[in-house]
Design a protein around this ligand. Structure first.
Ligand code: URP
Ligand code: ZN
Ligand code: ZN
Length: 483
């Protein structure tokens, strides 16, 4: 008897890509998709997918994992717990951070984070390199080597004490990234406005978590976006703007893209589904909803949805930044902290996809192909992860089988990351990932993890097309950067 044509066949499902939805079987050989078609010959193993959707595994391009915050607080998660929760939610690739703090050696930082990921990750992974101390050695020696060695992007903060770069340093980082073909990702908010508001709110006795929202004036976002785009245009460096939260922010991105600047932008579930009112809870409870920028208003949510529909925003990432609601995390400054002493960040890796599926597919906001595009295909393309984010012959068999009719109510008890709570508790979602494959291997089966820590693989990448300059250097900069 001849050997089966495939190692595994996913049979009878409805396949969705960023462009098409069609009935098909998927034949997998080894780690890759070998065939997509009707009535494929038998595989050594088979998974029945009748009545199910077969989508690419999610790509989450913004997750803080086992990372030390600017204030020296450790994330609640290990690589194992974070990526286990990612897999359970249908995500098969993550881009996390290697975070340099002032005084640290970037090459050493990256090697340390890489060791943690190699030991613990259950999904495939890459890094954005956070640069907060752009010394000569960092920019001229470490960064070129790292960008040339499989790290395709850097991240700069324009706010946060101890992490932020001055504008001149942002420009230096952009020029160094450009030389190495890397994309520059930015947390862009006006630091002065935030510091000014925060100090005065505390002076006035406004200490509760809800004042965190007021301490990030909405205008601080668009101002920083405009300044960032002007800097990027001066040195001709493409940029990714992280976590857009306001209507004015979307408009700033649209303006920049309309003017021909190579600008990309993401938003996150917390800005699509939460508002500043979520921080307004008795006592310190609102700390669970504190992230930066803060959730805004219903009107901002609508503007973000519109930005996603029109393509101003190209992807939705989690910005998973988990801190437990106890003395190890949110309450590490003591039992009665002011909002300024509470760590910023929300857990979100696990349910990014179900939340988005419920709104875009079950709720009909954008449809199935756009869901796939925003959560898998676009991040894989923009961050240059070949073989990821699509259902295609030759692609990695990173697949997620969805039951579009399963109804699940989210609870704190059901989360698998180590934050110990979810900002979305009580919401009922329609559509749930039931089986998840990473490179042809089943890693989640009926809600249970069946993969081990360290089975995820590092994804070497360069900045790719997204990071390629336009060739239009700012005229003034051509005096100092030109040939
Ligand atoms: O509040 C957030 N998002 N914390 C994580 C760090 C960051 O700003 O990206
Ligand atoms: Zn950020
Ligand atoms: Zn972040």
């Amino acid at each position: 008897m001849s050997a089966p044509a495939y190692d595994l066949v996913i049979r009878g499902g409805t396949v969705a890509t960023a462009s098409d939805v069609f009935p098909a079987d998927i034949g997998i050989r080894g780690e890759r998709i070998a065939a997509i078609g009707e009535a494929l010959p038998a595989g050594a193993h088979e998974i029945g997918a009748a009545g199910r959707l077969v989508l690419p595994g999610g790509v989450d391009a913004h997750a803080h994992i086992e990372q030390l915050s600017a204030a020296g607080i450790m994330n609640a998660d290990t690589w194992e717990s974070a990526t286990g929760s990612a897999a359970l939610g249908g995500t098969t690739s993550v881009i996390a951070f290697a975070a340099q703090h002032v005084g640290a050696d970037l090459a050493q930082v990256v090697s340390d984070y890489a060791a943690l990921a190699a030991k613990g990750s259950l999904v495939d992974y890459a890094f954005h390199l956070i640069v907060s101390d752009p010394t000569e050695k960092c920019l001229r020696t470490d960064l070129p080597a790292l960008l040339g060695g499989g790290h395709g992007s850097v991240k700069a903060f324009m706010t946060y004490d101890r992490l932020r770069l001055e504008d001149e340093q942002v420009l230096d980082l952009m020029v160094a990234a450009k030389a190495g073909g890397g994309l520059v990702c930015v947390h862009a908010e006006n630091h002065g406005m935030i510091a000014w508001m925060g100090k005065r709110l505390v002076e006035h006795g406004h200490l509760a978590p809800r004042f965190h929202a007021a301490s990030h004036p909405r205008g601080s976002e668009a101002e920083a976006f405009d300044r960032l785009v002007a800097m990027a245009a001066l040195v001709d460096q493409p940029v990714m703007i992280f976590h857009v939260s306001t209507r004015e922010g979307v408009a700033a991105v649209r303006r920049a893209r309309g003017a021909g600047h190579k600008v990309y932008a993401e938003t996150c579930p917390q800005y699509l589904f939460l508002t500043a009112a979520d921080l307004d809870k008795p006592g310190l409870e609102g700390a669970k909803w504190m992230c930066s920028p803060p959730p805004r208003s219903r009107d901002d949510q609508e503007a973000l949805w519109q930005g996603l529909a029109l393509g101003d925003l190209q992807l939705v990432s989690s910005d998973h930044a988990p801190y437990a609601f106890d003395a190890t995390g949110k309450l590490s400054a003591g039992p009665e902290p002011s909002f300024k002493q509470i760590a910023n960040g929300l857990p979100g890796l696990e349910w990014r996809l179900p939340l988005l599926f419920d709104a875009t597919v079950s709720g009909g906001r954008l449809g199935l192909s756009r869901f796939v595009e925003l959560t898998a295909t676009a991040p894989a393309r923009i961050y240059n992860l070949p073989g990821k984010g699509s259902v295609a012959i030759g692609a990695d068999a990173d697949l997620c089988i969805w039951d579009p009719d399963r109804v699940v109510t989210l609870t704190d008890a059901a989360v698998h990351d180590r934050a110990g709570y979810t900002p979305y508790a009580g919401r009922t979602l329609r559509g749930w990932p039931t089986v998840v494959l990473r490179r042809g291997e089943v890693i989640v089966e009926d809600g249970a993890l069946v993969a081990g820590p360290g089975s995820g693989r590092f994804l070497p990448r360069n900045g790719g097309e997204a990071a390629r300059p336009t060739g239009r250097l700012g005229p003034e900069a051509s005096l100092v950067l030109g040939p």
